[in-house]
Design a protein around this ligand. Structure first.
Ligand code: HEM
Length: 498
C-alpha cells in the first residue's frame, strides 16, 4: 500500500513538473528549431548550451570571441547559447539598419537589469514612452551654449590638475596612466552633472568616489559570473552585501546633492554658481512634471555612463599615441599651431574644434578600442537577417568591437591609421561601419561632451609631454567587460617636452 502511494506521489509530482515546465520547454524547443542552423560554438550541450566552453576570465573570453568572429564570417550571424537562452550575435556591419534606424528595437536586453538598482530606469535603462519623454527633456542640455561653455571650463580646470600630477611622475618610468585619467574624468562628470567638485584627483578620500568605483567593479564582475545573476543568491553573498552598502552611499550622496541644489535653486542662489546639468533638470522640473527621484535617476545615469567610457577612450588613445611616434609628431605640430607658445592658457571651444587631426586619432582609437565593446537589445518583432529568422523576444548582441574591423570598410583593419577619418577618406563610408557611440535614436547622448572632453584632456597632455611606450599592442590583453579594458593596464612614459 505504502509503495503504491509513493509511486502515486511521484507520478503526481512529475505531472506537476511537466505542466509547470511545459511553456518553458515549448519555448526552448522553438528556439532550438529556429536558431539550430545558425553557427554556434562546437560542443553545445542540451540545457547547458555553450556555458562550459565560455571562459569566465574576461581576457580568455575575448580571445574566444575572436575565434567566434572568425567562424561567423560566412554567415555574418552567430549564436551563443547561455544555457537555454540564445544570444544572437552580430559581428558585421551588414544589415544593421534594422537595429539602428527607426525606433523598433530600442528596448535593452534583460542583461541591463543588473544596472537597475543603481540607475533605476534612467535614460540608459528605460524604454518606450518613458525613454522617449526623458530623451526629449535631456537632449537640449547637450546643445545649451552656456552649459557647454561651462563644461569646457571644467575640462580645463581638471586637465590642469591632471597635467600637474603627471609632471610629478618620474619621467623615465612607464606607468599605468589609467587611475590618473579615470579620477580626472570622474571629477569632470561630477562637476558637470551635479555642479560639485569632489576632488577625486586630490585624493580627498571621498566615500562617494570610492563607492562609485567599487560599485562599477562589482557590476562588471557580476556580469561575467552567472552564479551571481539570481538576486536571491547575489544578495546573501559578500559581493551582494557590498553592492547594497555602496549603493546606499551613492544614492544618499546624490540625493543630498540634489536636495541641496533644489533648495538653493528655489532660493535663487544658484545664479552666482556655475550651472550644471542638474540645474537644467531642476529648471524643467515644474513644466515637465519631474520628481526629485526622476532627476536622481538621470544624475546617477550620467555618473555611471559618463566617466569610465571617456577614461577608457583617453587611456587607449595615450597608448596608441605613445606607440606611434610619427602620429605623435603630427599631433605636437597641431597643438603647437593652435595654442602657440603659451603652454598654460586654457583652451576654448574654438581651439578644440580646430584640433582636426587629434579628432582623427581619437576616432581611430575608438574604432580599434571602442569603450563600449558591445550592446544588447531585446528584439521587438520578428525579422529576417541573411535568410535567418530572428525571433521577437530574442536578445541581439551587437559586437561594436568586431563591427569596426570589417576589411570592406577598413582595409587592413588592425592597422592604426588615423587618416582613415580624414573627410576625404570617410565621407562615403557605410553609415553603420563605425558606431562607437551606437547609432540611431538610441545613440549616446553624451558623444559631443565626450569628444570635447577627450580633446581637452589629450591636448593638455600633448602640449606639455611626449609619450613613449615599449609595451606591444598584443600585450594589452583586452578584456570584454561593460567597458573595454586592458587586463594589466597600458603602460606609458610621460616625458616633459620643454
Ligand atoms: C568615449 C566616451 C563614450 C562612449 C564610447 C559612449 C558610448 C555609448 C554607447 C555605445 C551607448 C549605447 C549604449 C547601449 O545601447 O546600451 C551610450 C549611451 C549613453 N551614453 Fe554614452 N558613451 C560615452 C560617453 C558618455 C558621456 C560622457 C555621457 C554623459 C555625459 C554619456 C551618456 C550616455 C547616456 C545617458 C546613454 C543612454 C542614451 C539613451 O539610451 O538614450 N556617454 N554611450
Amino acid at each position: 500500500m505504502a509503495v503504491i502511494s509513493f509511486t502515486f506521489l511521484i507520478i503526481i509530482f512529475l505531472i506537476f513538473l511537466i505542466v509547470r515546465l511545459k511553456p518553458w520547454l515549448v519555448n526552448y524547443f522553438k528556439l532550438l528549431k529556429n536558431y539550430g542552423p545558425v553557427p554556434c560554438p562546437r560542443n553545445r550541450l542540451p540545457i547547458l548550451g555553450n556555458l562550459l566552453s565560455l571562459p569566465l576570465d574576461p581576457h580568455q573570453f575575448s580571445l574566444k570571441l575572436d575565434q567566434f568572429y572568425e567562424e561567423s564570417k560566412t554567415t555574418a550571424l552567430y549564436c551563443l547559447w547561455i544555457g537555454t537562452y540564445p544570444l544572437v550575435a552580430f559581428f558585421h556591419p551588414v544589415g544593421l539598419e534594422d537595429f539602428f534606424s527607426g525606433s523598433k528595437h530600442i528596448t535593452k536586453s534583460p542583461d541591463y537589469l543588473f544596472l537597475h538598482p543603481w540607475l533605476r530606469t534612467g535614460l540608459l535603462t528605460s524604454t518606450g514612452a518613458k525613454w522617449k519623454n526623458r530623451r526629449r527633456i535631456i537632449t537640449p542640455a547637450f546643445h545649451d551654449k552656456e552649459l557647454l561653455n561651462n563644461f569646457v571650463d571644467i575640462y580645463n580646470e581638471q586637465s590642469a590638475v591632471l597635467v600637474q600630477r603627471l609632471a610629478s611622475l618620474k619621467s623615465e618610468k612607464e606607468v599605468n596612466l589609467y587611475p590618473y585619467i579615470a579620477s580626472c574624468a570622474l571629477d569632470i562628470i561630477c562637476e558637470a552633472a551635479m555642479g560639485l567638485n569632489i576632488g577625486a584627483q586630490h585624493d580627498r578620500n571621498s566615500q562617494y568616489v570610492d563607492a562609485v568605483l567599487k560599485l562599477t567593479d562589482i557590476l562588471l564582475k557580476r556580469q561575467r559570473m552567472p552564479w551571481l545573476w539570481p538576486d536571491l543568491i547575489f544578495k546573501i553573498l559578500p559581493q551582494g552585501r557590498a553592492h547594497d552598502r555602496y549603493l546606499k552611499i551613492v544614492h544618499q550622496f546624490t540625493k543630498k546633492v540634489i536636495d541641496d541644489r533644489a533648495q538653493a535653486f528655489h532660493a535663487d542662489e544658484i545664479r552666482q554658481k556655475r550651472s550644471a546639468f542638474l540645474d537644467l533638470l531642476l529648471k524643467q522640473m515644474h513644466d515637465e512634471q519631474l520628481t526629485l527621484v526622476d532627476i536622481q535617476e538621470e544624475v546617477d545615469t550620467f555618473m555611471f555612463e559618463g566617466h569610465d567610457t571617456t577614461a577608457a577612450a583617453i587611456n587607449f588613445t595615450c597608448f596608441m599615441i605613445a606607440s606611434h611616434p610619427e602620429v605623435q609628431q603630427k599631433l605636437h605640430d597641431e597643438v603647437d599651431r593652435v595654442f602657440g607658445n603659451d603652454h598654460d592658457r586654457s583652451s576654448t571651444t574654438e581651439d578644440l574644434n580646430e584640433l582636426n587631426y587629434l579628432e582623427c586619432v581619437i576616432k581611430e582609437t575608438l574604432r580599434l578600442f571602442p569603450s563600449v565593446p558591445f550592446i544588447a537589445r531585446e528584439v521587438q518583432e520578428d525579422f529576417t537577417y541573411n535568410d535567418y529568422k530572428i525571433l521577437r523576444g530574442s536578445t541581439a548582441v551587437l559586437f561594436i568591437y568586431y563591427i569596426h574591423r570589417d576589411p570592406k570598410h577598413f582595409p587592413d583593419p588592425e592597422r592604426f591609421d588615423p587618416d582613415r577619418f580624414l573627410p576625404e577618406n570617410s565621407h562615403d563610408r557605410a553609415a553603420y561601419a563605425f558606431v562607437p557611440f551606437s547609432a540611431g535614436s538610441r545613440n549616446c547622448i553624451g558623444q559631443r561632451f565626450a569628444l570635447l572632453e577627450e580633446k581637452a584632456m589629450l591636448s593638455s597632455i600633448l602640449r606639455r609631454f611626449k609619450l613613449k611606450t615599449a609595451q606591444k599592442r598584443d600585450e594589452l590583453n583586452l578584456s570584454f567587460e561593460i567597458i573595454l579594458r586592458s587586463e594589466h593596464g597600458a603602460f606609458v612614459q610621460v616625458e616633459p617636452r620643454f
